[in-house]
Each structure stands twice: as C-alpha cells, then as structure tokens.
Design a protein around this ligand. Structure first.
Ligand SMILES: [Zn+2]
Length: 245
C-alpha cells in the first residue's frame, strides 16, 4: 500500500517539477523584456561586481547557447547565455549577479562550495555506473519474465534496487549541499545589485527577487523529488530483506 502512495507522490512531484521549471522560464522571459535602470548588460554588471569584490582572475564569457549560465572554478570563468550576456534587462542583471555570487563564495571559501564542487565529479560517476546497473537489471528482469526464471526477484534487488539506493542517496546529498549555496548566491546577488546601484527602485527589487526565487524553487523541487525516489527504493529494498529473514 505505502509503495503505491509513494509512487503516486513521485508522479505528482515530477509533474510539479515541470510546473516549477516552466514558471521559472516564464518569469525569466518576462523580465528579459524589462530593462534595468542602470542600462548595463549582464556581462558588464558581472565584471563590475567581480572588480568591486577584488576578484581579478575570473573572466566573463558568452556561451554558444541558452540556459547554460554557470561559474566554473577550474576554468576560472563565468559563462553567461547570449540573452543574459548582451541584455540590459532585470533578468540579465539577476542571473549575472547570481553567478558572480558563486565566484565570491569560492574566493572566500564559504558554505562548503569547494566541498560541493569536489563532490560533483564522484557523484556524476556513481550516477553513471548506477544507471548502467539499473539498465542491466531491467534487461535481466525482462528476460527473467519472458523465460520464466525464478531468479528475477534477486536480480531486481541487486541490479535495480541497490544501485537505485546508492544513486539517489548520493544525488540527494549533493542537492542538499547545493541548496544553501544557491540561496546564498542569490542573497549576495540582490545585495550587490542594490549597493552598487544597478537596481534602484522598489519595483526592480521585487522583480529581481521574483527571478531568483523562481530559480531557487527548481532546486528545492529537484531535492524533494530525489528524496521521494530514494525513499521508494530504500523502503522496497528493506521490505525485501525483511521478508527473506
Ligand atoms: Zn547558482
């Protein structure tokens, strides 16, 4: 019974994730057409905030496609989408300042951002191995069902549930560590935009908050969904171990 309730919850969360992501996109598109009062582009704002904070080794570059805005501590660059890099909109100011927030965190060794970014690679590897194992598991399970083998249950446990628990557990941990880092980068962005005068009016302040909050919500939804899937795999695994004793 609990299994189906949790399964229903996961479906609901996945739908919510799509809703939250499309709401963020809509907010971003809307505020991409509202100019910021300073009339400076995302790239200019990013460079000025970096300079103000004494960060001289980070370059701001333009991405070849949309939706890839990030700060890379290894390459020492902030990559901005063309629509952020060249635009002097509220959305551009918000996203650019947020990415600079990550550069400041890294420079000041704040909030375990170095721990998070060190974690990124091993978790990527775990996730890849895990999905390969799950795929093998599904294949074996289907073969087991077709040829009527009794061993399909054991296959289910070891090739689907075990990697599932490891992958979703590791991913949840990563997303949990990411959350405060994201909120803090947005907090820094709002503060820098205001104190440096890129954002002046109350309307602009509210607009910036809307853009950054919509982005943060996508991270929250991702974490909740991962936790639910993790719980499903773990409870199923424990139930099977328990029933075999
Ligand atoms: Zn971020």
């Amino acid at each position: 019974m609990w299994y189906w309730i949790l399964f229903g919850l996961i479906i609901f969360l996945i739908i919510m994730q799509v809703v939250v992501a499309s709401r963020f996109k809509k907010t971003l598109v809307h505020y991409s057409s509202v100019p910021n009062k300073s009339n400076k582009t995302g790239a200019e704002i990013a460079r000025e905030i970096l300079a103000k904070n004494g960060i001289s080794n980070v370059t701001v570059i333009k991405a070849g496609k949309e939706g890839v805005d990030h700060y890379d501590p290894r390459k020492n660059h902030i990559m901005l989408s063309p629509s952020i890099y060249d635009s002097s909109s509220i959305a551009a100011a918000s996203v650019a300042a947020h990415e600079v927030g990550h550069a400041i965190q890294w420079g000041k060794r704040e909030l375990g951002i170095r721990f998070r970014d060190t974690l990124a690679q091993p978790i990527g590897i775990i996730s890849n191995i895990g999905s390969v194992m799950m795929n093998i598991g599904f294949t074996l399970l289907i073969f087991g069902l077709i040829f009527g083998s009794n061993s399909s249950y054991g296959t289910f446990v070891f090739w689907i549930l075990v990697p599932g628990v490891v992958v979703y557990g590791a991913t949840a941990l990563f997303q949990l560590v990411t959350l405060p880092i994201e909120y803090n980068a947005s907090y820094k962005a709002k503060k820098q935009l205001q104190t440096m005068g890129f954002i002046t009016t109350e309307d602009e302040r509210i607009a910036t908050k809307k853009v950054l909050n919509a982005a943060a919500l996508t991270y929250v939804m991702a974490l909740i969904t991962t936790l639910a899937v993790f719980a499903l795999y773990l409870l199923k695994l424990l139930a099977i171990i328990g029933s075999r004793r």
